[in-house]
Design a protein around this ligand. Structure first.
Ligand SMILES: Nc1ncnc2c1ncn2[C@@H]1O[C@H](COP(=O)(O)OP(=O)(O)OP(=O)(O)O)[C@@H](O)[C@H]1O
Ligand SMILES: CCCC(=O)O
Length: 356
């Protein structure tokens, strides 16, 4: 049986689309958006038609008739907290994506566009492992301030995809493996995967964990409160210090790790200190999660764009290799992870979950 799935992944600076026949990509395209191009839209939802037209344009350019699609699968957004898996897009999900239940994120557009393309050709519409996948252990939710519970917002799609890939190499099922996965991209999230669930992870979007190319991570809380109430900053300016203009960007003026490596190569000591500091924080996060497994860790996995940096992953490996086997999967494989999620349901291997 042949299944055609259109995969849609709207990101903050790009729109990615791919067409799969079963597990094989027929084509995959990334359309990059300059800052000025998206500036014309005041709110994220205002980009909806623009992004949908780009994807329909790609289908036309490739000469593929939409009525041959079996499914359209979008990257899901800031919904209510839900367990991992493949979800059929329904009305309740569309309402929450439209209003941004947990905030604005480009991936809120994924499920909406998937639904609208699918409905016209009577195909199925899905999302897979959105950033709000929440499988936290109850103890992991406690922050010390009852009004501020810890939240699970992380790179669930890529973390789970690389975890499954590592399990295939290790000859284990995902459900029986003990893994720590560090996704290191524009944001950094480090998750403890136990029994097929991510039982603890830093909230990568709202200021927790290691600093990253463009985010601050955990900062001294009291000092942050004082800075916020000093009267010197508006709320959105403080938020920008945490997300967008934090981390490498704040210290070195760029989020581009390749440029930073180049500066280090030319003897820039400050760049080295800050870049090594980021590796130190990732290693510390991995170390803190290692205690959850009582000494039986099958692998520590390093992934995301930063994992292309050999010296960077080397610094982390030096500090964590005593914990377990370190596996490095540079980049991310979100498009095929979305396709595989849809395919498992189309083939009847898994039932689609219902969002409510
Ligand atoms: N060859 C490379 N060597 C070192 N760093 C690299 C390399 N290629 C990309 N990077 C760095 O990886 C980071 C971006 O990673 P990635 O593309 O995974 O992020 P993103 O998709 O924009 O964000 P996120 O993964 O948080 O959703 C940037 O700092 C970039 O400079
Ligand atoms: C942490 C959630 C995914 C992202 O970084 O955008």
């Amino acid at each position: 049986m042949e299944f055609h799935t259109l995969v849609i992944n709207p990101g903050s600076t790009s729109t990615k689309a791919a067409l799969f026949k079963n597990s094989t990509p027929e084509w995959e395209e990334t359309i990059r958006h300059g800052q000025d191009e998206l500036k014309q839209f005041r709110r994220l939802m205002d980009q909806y038609l623009f992004r949908k037209q780009l994807i329909l344009g790609l289908l036309e350019e490739k000469g593929f008739r939409a009525d041959k699609l079996d499914a359209v699968c979008g990257r899901g957004g800031l919904l209510k907290p839900i367990p991992g898996g493949t979800y059929e897009v329904n009305d309740s999900m569309r309402d929450d994506l439209r209003k941004g239940y947990n905030g604005e994120h480009a991936s809120n557009l994924g499920g909406l566009i998937a639904h609208d393309i699918a409905v016209e050709v009577e195909a199925k519409a899905f999302i897979v492992d959105p950033v709000v996948v929440d499988e936290l252990d109850e103890k992991a939710r406690l922050s010390g301030v009852p009004e501020l519970p810890r939240k699970s917002i992380f790179h669930a799609l890529n973390q789970k995809a690389v975890a499954r890939r590592a399990c295939r190499e290790l000859n284990l099922t995902y459900e029986e493996a003990n893994l720590i996965v560090a996704h290191m991209g524009g944001g950094i999230t480090v998750g403890a995967h136990r029994g097929g669930k991510v039982v603890d992870v830093n909230n990568g979007l709202h200021g927790e964990g290691p600093y990253s190319p463009e985010r601050a991570g955990t900062v001294p809380a009291g000092d942050l409160v004082q800075l916020s109430l000093s009267g010197d900053y508006f709320l959105d300016e403080v938020m920008r210090k945490l997300i967008g203009k934090g981390g490498l960007t704040a210290y070195l003026g760029t989020s581009d790790a390749v440029e930073i490596e180049d500066r280090i190569g030319k003897g820039d000591r400050e760049a080295r200190l800050v870049y090594e500091g980021m590796a130190y924080q990732v290693a510390k996060e991995i170390g803190s999660l290692s205690v959850l497994f009582g000494g039986t860790i099958d692998a520590v996995i390093l992934t995301g764009g930063l994992a292309y940096g050999k010296e960077f992953t080397g610094w982390i490996e030096e500090k964590v290799s005593w914990i377990g086997k370190v596996m490095v999967f540079p980049g991310e494989d979100e498009m095929s992870a979305l396709n595989e999620g849809a395919l498992r349901v189309l083939k009847g291997e898994e039932e689609a979950k219902v969002y409510s």
